[in-house]
Write a protein that binds this ligand. Structure first.
Ligand SMILES: CC(C)(COP(=O)(O)OP(=O)(O)OC[C@H]1O[C@@H](n2cnc3c(N)ncnc32)[C@H](O)[C@@H]1OP(=O)(O)O)[C@@H](O)C(=O)NCCC(=O)NCCS
Length: 172
């Protein structure tokens, strides 16, 4: 059992440089070429739903959520998710996912979408997207997953995924 006890906090601007460094380390320069990045570059992430893990005051993990319209679903896209290599396999990545998904659904998001490895995300409530959801670039459809607010969300996930202006909480 590890005695490392991370503290989980909402992301704030003082974390930005550390998050950039963690993502660069985790994904390398190719991260900017990914289809999910094409969505993220359309507008800002929702900092209220982004979280960091800190150990001894240092950011060692990060997850970001970006508001998206996925077909007819007003949801969020999760990513990047990254944990520093020396802190892997301690449950930190999964805890970051749990916290951010719960915060999003609580805030009125209809579903959290991501492109990722099904074996990692399935135990966290993610299911394959059944409808045809088009990204602004090529994606492996078997890796497009959703943690839906309810089962009926699947029917409305057909179409494009694009950044959307903040609104769910304002509308609610
Ligand atoms: C993927 C990542 C975020 C996992 O973070 P982590 O804190 O080590 O994850 P956790 O400790 O919560 O979970 C570890 C478990 O998930 C498993 N796991 C890790 N990556 C996995 C993957 N891609 N597919 C399936 N299982 C995976 C581990 O083997 C481990 O299994 P165990 O609990 O049975 O030992 C981290 O390895 C990372 O930053 N990787 C580089 C960036 C990346 O790939 N991000 C995800 C993009 S979809």
């Amino acid at each position: 059992m590890s005695d490392i006890k991370p503290v989980y906090l909402n992301e704030n601007p003082t974390h930005h440089d550390a998050i950039e460094a963690i993502n660069a380390e985790a994904f390398g320069p190719g991260r900017f070429a990914r289809a999910a990045e094409r969505v993220r570059e359309q507008g800002p992430h929702d900092t209220a739903l982004c979280f960091v893990a800190l150990v001894e005051g240092q950011v060692i993990g990060s997850v970001r959520l970006t508001p998206v319209m996925a077909g007819q679903v007003a949801g969020h896209m999760l990513g990047p998710l990254a944990v520093r290599p020396s802190y892997k396999n301690l449950g930190i990545g999964k805890q970051l996912v749990r916290i951010s998904v719960e915060a999003a659904l609580q805030a009125g998001s209809e579903g959290v979408i991501l492109v990722g490895d099904p074996p990692y995300y399935a135990p966290l409530g993610f299911e394959p997207v059944k409808a045809r959801l088009d990204f602004p670039g090529p994606v492996d459809r078997s890796r497009v997953l959703v943690a839906p607010k309810g089962e009926e969300i699947h029917q409305r996930l057909a179409g494009q995924i694009t950044w959307r202006a903040y609104g769910i909480r304002e509308k609610a």
